[in-house]
Design a protein. Structure first.
Length: 1007
């Protein structure tokens, strides 16, 4: 087929193209065919084409004919007489299609065409439903004026055969769906919606005739179609909310409920009732609610419920459960009424859903929706019941007793299955099962807001009982639930006596006996419990040694390393002051662990970070420095090994069984064949650097410690300076050898940043000159990370005791950053470097504008041009950074008149260029998500500069403006709005609206 398909000129050519459209042709061929046919549809021959196609055989041909009618109705305006002629033809074609065996695809499309006609010409066809049914029944397009004298509609509907009834239902459903998409509030469509409501009685009669069969004779296809049609009208009625329409549809609820017991209608009916209960509960009257209760109390519902709790989770059973939950949500207030026995009986059934057999989400698909219902119920109950203290609540009576039932059902339900079953699940099943446990945790936290201490006591007692009975699955589940409540109780001491029953029990001793006594998963959760209640150990140091001994004994087990190390880190951080006397023991523990072949690197980082937190609290500076030196010495072992390996020839291979391999690689990544020495060296470098990262974080002073902005210590400490040199030496060597590794560069930057926020001298609070020298030295790759660190460094200097170093530091860093940017062939060649580079310039400009403006004129010209290119570019993050730079530049002020004059002169020159860039973006070049960022410099420009209006007007009227969809008047109005808003918040919405107009109506959804 040719690349450019000409518009067909004969009917056979048209039919050929239509048939080709439905064949498996290449996408480009399909696109060309569509374009050719669309040109023909929109041409003056379109009406004649449609009429010819609808008389031809073949469903595809007729379908395209009906589609052409829709296109013409949407694109051309007809006189009323011509419109009525089209209507008569459409109904005639529909009648013929019903009688000549045309497929449903044709009949549905003709119904859609009739709906399109109604949208445009409803005034010519006010009683569309009645007229169409009458015409279909008579097999001819009945003149509209004959509708008045026609027989009763109910009688006519009863005479329709199945296919004719379906056609009428399809039209009625499409009418509600398409009219529902049209704004009810738009003045031009008010009359259209009023006419639709005038047909509501006829629609109700059509649906009611099928849902309430005459003489008890059911007709499944008609009933099913009536239910689907009703769904469309319910959706429309919810939006329109006209009481007469609502009342007409409410009459159909009882017949719909009766359809539930018909197997062939169950799926369609239960979905509609469930959706309506969930999305529009106000639709149902008291009479309907009573009917629902009668249904749920009947034999049919009892059988459905019994199948469900026995573990039958096929579609019907699952849908029934969702139906129950939707009704419970709709009747939430009644469910809280202790005097309503019927509601309380139903609530008991909702609790019983949680006893269904099967593992949550893997087998039991209803568990999560049921837990979500109960979470909502508890939250509503909390807001509804008025009480002065939880002791006044009657937990032995509904609905509170029902909540405790659900608590009991839930914790038992989320117990892990035996390992052989759990291991047979795929990753998705495991994830969803874990999510179900999280949902139960959320539910328990909601219950706690009503119950308080009794809920904690319950799980403490359950934990103690499981421990006594060696019921390990129970122990795991109760510890998980108890742990999930930790955030609720962390602030007070009133629960400590209860918690002591767990932490002072035999639990720790049993856990230390290993997997042979308690399964791994139970041990993991128990270790998690220690971490969750770290504040308890702060208040009760007597339990701390046993907890830490347990954790250190577990950290060497690869199955327990991560949870135990996390708990160690949390306890060390929380209890740092209590543990300072044990710092030597911690160092010995760590030294021994380093020789463990299964010690995970992340676990090691957590442990060494915890030790550093204790070290930070040592009262003696001398002791602190000596201890950090011991810690760094241990890390230095890896550094030395790394440097030795790096000196080896590239061809040198390290045997997979060599101890250095065990140190360099975690168990899960450990190689089975020889590894090049330089690769092992890199892994050791990364491990050492990450340990330094953890130490640097651990040594940071807690945020709640009192400290002045300025350090109280002014002298120098030779030992501290030596530590600075040692750490800096490691960073420099690793940078020189491994800066092509993103992990190495990132770790070095993290270590540098750790000292930026500190106000007191420390091992990682390096002198500014040392930091500057490292930053501006040669980096093989990933220098963008270093520029980002430089930005943080500059900001920290202004807030720390190193303020006197700001000018000298900026004098080195600014040229370095600008040189990096200058080396880029294009700003978008390295988007991260461009972003961080312009952010660096922005921070300098905001803090010290005089330093930035003192740069050489060619440097400033480059910077401004670079920032302009970024804001004109396509990369969102650099563009956002550039927008912030220009916002800062526009508002920059200086007390130095020379600097202020330089800023003003620069703005006078750059203002028109910046205005054009902003308008180009707002005029359609930017994406919607970028508009808020771009609005900021625009707002500041309008407020700060008297020439802004002139600059923006010139940009709007420039020939390069990217859109032809807005007129000069639109642009003038937009500018007038901007100026009148004076940079206020509504400017953002005005910008969005103008952007939509420039992009075209197809983008209106994005506004």
């Amino acid at each position: 087929m040719e690349n450019n398909i000409p518009v067909p000129t004969t009917l056979p050519e048209v039919e050929h193209l239509i048939n080709e459209l439905y064949k498996p042709n290449p996408p480009e061929t399909i696109s060309q065919i569509q374009e050719a046919l669309q040109r023909l549809q929109k041409s003056t021959q379109g009406w004649q084409l449609a009429q010819s196609l609808l008389t031809r055989p073949g469903d595809n041909i007729k379908f395209f004919g009906a589609l052409t009618i829709i296109v013409k109705l949407n694109t051309e305006r007809l006189s009323d007489d011509d419109a009525l002629s089209v209507l008569q033809n459409l109904i005639t074609w529909l009648v013929h299609s019903l009688n000549d065996g045309s497929g449903n695809i044709v009949i549905r499309k003709l119904c859609s065409a009739l709906v399109t006609y109604y949208i445009h010409y409803s005034h010519t066809w006010p009683t569309c439903i009645r007229h169409l049914i009458l015409s279909i029944n008579r097999n001819a397009a009945v003149p509209i004026e004959e509708v008045e004298g026609s027989p009763p509609l109910e009688q006519v509907i009863q005479e329709l055969d199945t296919q004719k009834f379906l056609a009428a239902s399809w039209f009625a459903a499409a009418l509600a769906e398409d009219i529902g998409k049209i704004d009810h509030r738009a003045p031009k469509y008010i009359s259209l919606h009023e006419r639709v409501l005038g047909n509501a009685n006829d629609v109700a009669a059509l649906m009611g005739s099928a849902l309430t069969p005459t003489n008890g004779v059911t007709h499944i296809p008609k009933q099913k179609e009536a239910i689907e049609c009703l769904q469309s009208w319910l959706t429309y009625a919810q939006c329109a909310f006209k009481q007469p329409l609502v009342q007409m549809l409410q009459v159909l609820v009882q017949p719909m409920i009766d359809c539930l017991s018909v197997e062939e209608l169950y799926e369609t009916t239960v979905e509609l009732l469930t959706d309506t209960l969930s999305n529009w509960p106000q639709f149902f009257t008291r009479h309907h609610i009573d009917a629902f209760y009668v249904l749920f109390e009947g034999e049919w519902a009892r059988q459905q419920y019994e199948d469900l709790v026995q573990g039958d989770f096929d579609f019907n059973a699952a849908q029934f459960a969702l139906f129950m939950l939707a009704f419970g949500n709709a009747q939430m207030v009644e469910m809280m009424d202790t005097t309503d026995t019927r509601a309380q009986a139903f609530l008991a059934g909702l609790a019983g859903i949680l006893t269904a057999q099967g593992y949550p989400t893997v087998e039991d698909k209803i568990f999560v929706p049921a837990v979500e219902f109960w979470s909502t119920f508890v939250e509503n109950l909390r807001d509804t019941i008025l009480f002065e203290s939880t002791t006044d609540l009657q937990w032995d009576k509904p609905p509170l007793s029902r909540i405790m039932q659900v608590v009991s059902y839930s914790w038992q339900k989320i117990q892990f299955p035996p390992p052989e079953i759990y291991d047979s699940w795929d990753s998705t099943d495991k994830t969803w099962f874990g999510n179900a446990r999280t949902d139960v945790a959320d539910f328990l936290q909601a219950v706690y807001t009503i119950s308080g201490l009794p809920l904690i006591s319950l799980f403490v007692d359950l934990t103690s009982r499981a421990l006594s009975n060696s019921a390990w699955a129970d122990l795991e589940a109760t510890c998980f639930c108890l742990g999930s409540l930790s955030d609720c109780v962390s602030e007070g001491k009133s629960y400590d006596d209860v918690l002591a029953k767990v932490f002072g029990s035999s639990l720790f001793d049993l856990l230390r006996q290993g997997q042979s006594v308690i399964p791994v998963r139970t041990r993991q959760t128990c270790l998690f419990l220690i971490e969750r209640y770290s504040e308890f150990f702060v208040r009760h140091a007597e339990y701390l040694p046993a907890a830490l001994n347990l954790l250190f004994s577990a950290v060497g087990d690869r199955h327990l390393a991560l949870p135990s190390s996390k708990s160690i880190h949390t306890l060390c951080s929380s209890c740092r002051i209590l543990l300072t006397s044990e710092i030597d023991a911690f160092l010995e523990h760590y030294s021994a662990l380093r020789n463990n072949a299964e010690l995970d690197s992340l676990a090691e980082e957590r442990i060494i970070g915890g030790i550093a937190a204790i070290l930070q609290s040592l009262p003696s500076e001398e002791h602190k420095i000596n201890t950090i030196q011991r810690l760094l010495t241990m890390v230095g072992i890896d550094v030395t090994a790394c440097l030795q390996l790096r000196q080896a020839q590239d061809s040198v291979l390290i045997d997979a069984n060599d101890p250095i391999i065990i140190r360099a690689f975690d168990v899960s990544q450990r190689p089975t064949s020889p590894v090049p020495a330089h690769e092992v060296a890199l892994q050791l470098a990364i491990r050492a650097l990450r340990c330094l990262c953890s130490i640097s974080r651990g040594l940071q002073a807690p945020v709640d410690l009192d400290s002045d902005d300025e350090s109280s210590q002014t002298g120098t400490n030779p030992e501290l300076e030596r530590i600075h040199m040692d750490i800096s030496g490691i960073l420099v060597q690793f940078k020189n050898l491994f800066s092509d590794s993103v992990e190495v560069v990132d770790a070095i930057c993290i270590i540098l940043r750790a000292g930026f926020t500190e106000t007191e001298p420390g091992p990682f609070v390096f002198p500014p000159q040392m930091v500057t020298e490292l930053i501006v030295s040669h980096w093989r790759r990933h220098v963008a990370f270093v520029v980002s660190a430089a930005s943080a460094f500059v900001s920290s200097l202004n807030a720390r005791r190193f303020k006197q170093h700001v000018l000298s530091t900026l004098g080195i860093l600014l040229p370095w950053v600008f040189n990096l940017l200058h080396q880029l062939p294009d700003p978008e060649a390295d988007t991260e470097l461009s972003q961080y580079g312009i952010e660096f310039a922005q921070r300098v400009l905001s803090k010290r504008p005089e330093v930035l403006m003192s740069q050489a004129s060619n440097v400033l010209e480059f910077l401004f041009a670079f920032a302009m290119k970024l804001i004109n570019g396509n990369e969102p993050l650099p563009k956002a950074a550039a927008a912030e730079f220009w916002t800062t530049f526009i508002t920059a002020k200086s007390d130095d008149p020379n600097v202020q004059n330089a800023l003003n002169d620069a703005m006078s020159h750059l203002g028109p260029l910046l205005s054009q860039s902003l308008i180009q973006n707002i005029g359609g070049r930017a994406s919607r998500s970028e508009l808020d960022k771009l609005s900021e410099p625009l707002k500041k420009l309008i407020v700060q500069h008297v020439h802004a209006s002139k600059w923006l007007e010139a940009a709007l009227n420039d020939p390069s403006f990217p859109s032809d969809k807005v007129s000069s008047q639109d642009k003038a109005l937009f500018l007038k709005k901007l100026i009148s808003l004076r940079g206020g918040r509504p400017t953002n919405q005005t910008v969005r609206e103008f952007w939509v107009a420039c992009r075209g109506s197809s983008f209106a959804y994005a506004s």
